[in-house]
Design a protein. Structure first.
Length: 620
């Protein structure tokens, strides 16, 4: 997955120019503001790269690119010209970057040089028994640690080390952070398309030595077979499986034969994780998936064929690649000679069998008395089993009366239509209390009963919700409620927009996000709004179950209904917010109003009734 990592940049006032202040160890120099200085800086002046930037051979875009610098990298600043180009030194190489991409480096105490450890949350490195460990937390409050690899000679026991985004290590001490040198764990940058010299027995013996009960013992050959067929380093595959499945003993691994956590999304890892027919099928499929989507230059998430490149999109954990590299080093310490004289492996086998349908659980969590009925509030598929991948008997039209036998897992209802027994999803029916008229309840206007039990006649949102019900855009829950104050989710809002805009959900391209369940009732709606450019994901995901925020609401509605207008400064809390322009357009069109205190609260979730009220104004 793509991860936007925050970079702490100190205030640009009171920084490097004019009179310098010598730090408390050699080489650390501070000044008032080096962005106001033209000319040469004092020796030891440092800056930090704030965004990805080309490192050029001269002060201009016409000069050749020496390399690409990453955010968080500390550099020596040599000079600045009148066109705002900075001459800097990176290692032994001197070149130029444009001034918009570099900021002064300074600590809270200008006499002490500090870097911000990368990533920003508390973490550091230490050496124990000749090995380098990454520790999460602070030296005083540790929460976890993991093995990185054999410690390089420049890092010594008894010290606390921090690093920047480019693996430049600094020794942290009371008198400042001293640059020690650069060290990148070698497996992080290994081309994962190269074959390993690790044997099946090496993998099995390592797993046995750490976890004698592991079901992965004996699977070493399966990793090597996958390497031969799909061109992915078997050593990496084994380490990846060990990390994701806790040596094959996680619940996902044991229950679903899923040792890579494939489709185990953060919002519901166990529930969303895919099933595989066997561990071997899982190994083969994930090897093919990684080879074609992450390691191939034509892959959707290609960022280089290394662990470091994969980490940008594959995992939200910024330490994911470092953890796998550490496991690889434990199985077999890195030796450059292992990869001399070998070639990149091709994919030689066709796409292997993938995930299998989840075993369908038909257990009833609730049974209903004989004679319990429901009315279909919107045309719904009548299925053989409680799953969107199950076969269909047909479509039950709106207004159909059903006998309800019980409720199953995940909002599925077992019902009887005529002589046929099957399953329908609960969003499309409404249970009817004994004696209630049919079919005038449950999102079907026309009766004297209220549409929803929790929407009384005097509720402010009633006319808006009723308008959407009349247009067959919204329906309530099977228990006869609308749940007006419940937050609306991103997937629910996608479905409503598809209905409101009457969008065709067929023949849509595959989504460019990785956390969608094709069996979800919302899948086609989400794919449709992504294809229409109404929604976009972030971090490589859609986050379907997350609450929609008020700022996101403004953004999607402006795009969906192609609203025009000038941004407004009506609200006192949206200036500088990413959705400020969309919020202003909604306000200018009289669609959205804020709160009595003059705020819009763009990062707050929006409720079902609030979204219904705004949407009803747009579909008049």
């Amino acid at each position: 997955m793509g991860i936007k990592r925050s970079l702490y940049v100190f205030s640009l006032s009171a920084l490097l120019a004019g009179a310098t202040i010598q730090g408390s160890f050699a080489g650390s120099v501070y000044a008032a503001d080096f962005r106001q200085t033209v000319g040469t800086f004092p020796a030891g002046t440092q800056g930090v790269i704030t965004d990805t930037v080309n490192f050029r051979s001269g002060p201009g875009t016409s000069y050749s690119v020496l390399s690409v610098l990453q955010p968080g990298m500390a550099v020596n600043v040599l000079s600045r010209n009148e066109q705002n180009w900075y001459q800097i030194q990176v290692g032994n190489q001197t070149g130029w970057v444009f001034g918009d991409y570099i900021a002064p480096k300074t600590p809270d105490d200008p006499n002490i040089f500090r870097i911000t450890p990368y990533p920003a949350e508390p973490n550091f490195y230490e050496v124990r028994d000749g090995a380098l460990y990454h520790v999460i937390g602070t030296p005083e409050a540790r929460s976890a640690s993991f093995y990185v690899g054999p410690a390089p000679a420049m890092l010594q026991p008894g010290n606390v080390y921090v690093r920047d985004a480019n693996y430049q290590f600094y020794r942290r001490a009371a008198d400042g952070d001293l640059l020690v040198g650069s060290y990148t764990p070698p497996y992080l940058t290994l081309d994962l398309r190269l074959p390993t010299r690790v044997q099946a027995a090496d993998i099995d013996n390592f797993i046995r030595s750490v976890r004698p009960s592991s079901p992965l013992i004996g699977k070493g050959q399966a990793f090597l077979d996958a390497q031969a067929k799909y061109g992915v380093n078997a050593h990496y595959l084994a380490a990846h499986a060990i990390l994701e499945s806790d040596y094959g003993e996680s619940m996902i691994a044991k229950d679903k034969n899923n040792i890579f956590g494939y489709m185990a999304y953060d919002s519901d890892p166990y529930g969303s994780a895919a099933y595989f027919a066997s561990i071997e099928d899982c190994i083969n499929f994930v090897a093919y998936f990684v080879a074609t989507q992450y390691l191939s230059p034509t892959g959707t998430w290609y960022e280089g064929s290394t662990l470091a490149g994969m980490n940008k999109h594959y995992a939200t954990d910024p330490y994911w690649s470092e953890k796998i590299a550490g496991i690889m080093a434990r199985i077999r310490p890195y030796n450059a000679n292992d990869y001399q004289g070998v070639s990149i492996l091709p994919v030689t086998a066709p796409k292997p069998p993938g995930p299998i349908p989840a075993p369908v659980n038909t257990t009833l969590t609730e049974t209903y008395p004989q004679g319990t009925t429901a009315v279909v509030t919107e045309d719904v598929n009548f299925r053989t089993l409680p799953s969107t991948s199950a076969g269909k008997y047909g479509v039950l039209p709106q207004g159909t009366t059903l006998n309800v036998l019980g409720k199953g897992i995940g909002n599925w209802y077992k019902v009887q239509s005529g002589s046929q027994t099957g399953w329908v999803y609960g969003d499309y029916i409404k249970l009817v209390e004994p004696g209630d008229p049919l079919p005038s309840r449950g999102g079907m206007p026309g009766g004297n009963q209220p549409l929803f039990a929790d929407i009384p006649a005097d509720r402010w949102s009633k006319p808006f919700i009723e308008a959407l019900v009349n247009k067959k855009i919204v329906s309530g829950y099977p228990d006869g409620t609308f749940k007006p104050t419940q937050n609306i989710t991103r997937e629910q809002s996608a479905k409503l927009l598809v209905k409101a805009l009457q969008l065709n959900t067929g023949n849509r391209p595959a989504p460019n996000v990785t956390d969608l369940d094709p069996n979800s009732i919302y899948y086609q709606d989400i794919v449709t709004v992504l294809a229409e450019g109404i929604f976009s994901g972030y971090d490589g995901k859609f986050h379907p179950g997350e609450s929609l925020t008020r700022g996101q609401m403004a953004s999607i509605l402006v795009k969906a209904f192609r609203l025009q207008g000038t941004g407004s400064d009506k609200f006192n809390d949206v200036k500088g917010h990413w959705a400020a322009n969309a919020i202003g357009i909604l306000a200018a069109n009289g669609i959205a109003s804020g709160y009595g205190d003059g705020t819009f609260r763009p990062d707050n979730p929006i409720t079902r009734e609030e979204f219904a009220a705004i949407l009803s104004k747009l579909v008049k």
